[in-house]
Ligand binder design. Sequence first.
Ligand SMILES: C[S@@+](CC[C@H](N)C(=O)[O-])C[C@H]1O[C@@H](n2cnc3c(N)ncnc32)[C@H](O)[C@@H]1O
Ligand SMILES: *[C@@H]1O[C@H](CO)[C@@H](O)[C@H](O)[C@H]1NC(C)=O
Ligand SMILES: *[C@@H]1O[C@H](CO)[C@@H](O)[C@H](O)[C@H]1NC(C)=O
Length: 259
Amino acid sequence: MSFHNVSREAMAGTAILGVALVAGYYMGKTRTVSSRMDLFKSHSGAKDNPLMLYVLNHSLREHPALTKLRLKTLEDPYNYMMVACEQAQLMANLAKLIKAKKAIEIGVYTGYNALSLALALPEDGRVVACDVEEKYTDVGKPFWEEAGVQHKIDLRIQPALKTLDDLLAAGEAETFDFAFIDADKINYDNYYERSLQLVRKGGIIAIDNVLWSGKVINPAQDDMNTQAIDKLNKKIYRDTRVNLSMLTIGDGVTLAFKI
Ligand SMILES: C[S@@+](CC[C@H](N)C(=O)[O-])C[C@H]1O[C@@H](n2cnc3c(N)ncnc32)[C@H](O)[C@@H]1O
Ligand SMILES: *[C@@H]1O[C@H](CO)[C@@H](O)[C@H](O)[C@H]1NC(C)=O
Ligand SMILES: *[C@@H]1O[C@H](CO)[C@@H](O)[C@H](O)[C@H]1NC(C)=O
């Protein structure tokens, strides 16, 4: 099934999204319609871009369970929270490249990326999946099962910071290979610092939404989310504990390679 064939359903999802945006809620924060760009994301900002379709037509190799989960998620009014499929594929390829066995997903939503990572890990691999909203993660579970990887996904329903501290207290520092930071933006720096402790040298921390629809260029005084992201971007740029790349895929993702 090509991405093009399924994008009609994606557009139906986006129509619902428009209504949600007028309502103006995004994780408890008011956002405007025009700010919801995600310029480089295949299911929001760039969804009608022929070049994006070309990219997907010539690179997306999506597991059937991932395709089904993506389409199911597009029925949800908050589907703009879902990771871009092309970005999830990149991160799965990176996880395989570094022979990852243990990963952390901070912010699961319906579990597209958790499933994508689980599929990339070996049989004895583990994804510690952190979220507070079971109503979202429940959407993903049947697809994790269908793909036969639910045993690799260790879902923890509680604030992610608590789960990360639990892992540290359990002596799991420096044992993880990959971390994906994609939950509440106010805690981004906390997630980054915990992830740096939990990931081994040579491991990767991927930080999502680092461009925040372009708002990072000039964060508004009262916009705490954009300020938190911009502050972390500036910190990571100077951080000698990591090598980095900031990529313009999806809503922007920084890859930090722990030295
Ligand atoms: C952008 S979505 C994650 C998308 C997901 N990575 C994917 O693959 O599609 C952000 C998620 O973070 C969760 N979240 C918000 N605050 C949180 C917190 N303090 N601890 C854990 N999860 C949180 C939300 O419930 C939401 O599901
Ligand atoms: C993508 O693939 C679909 C289905 O095969 C096709 O209709 C469409 O023209 C393709 N678009 C591009 C830009 O390659
Ligand atoms: C970080 O970059 C330096 C300089 O290019 C390189 O020597 C080192 O191997 C890199 N470390 C990692 C973990 O990528």
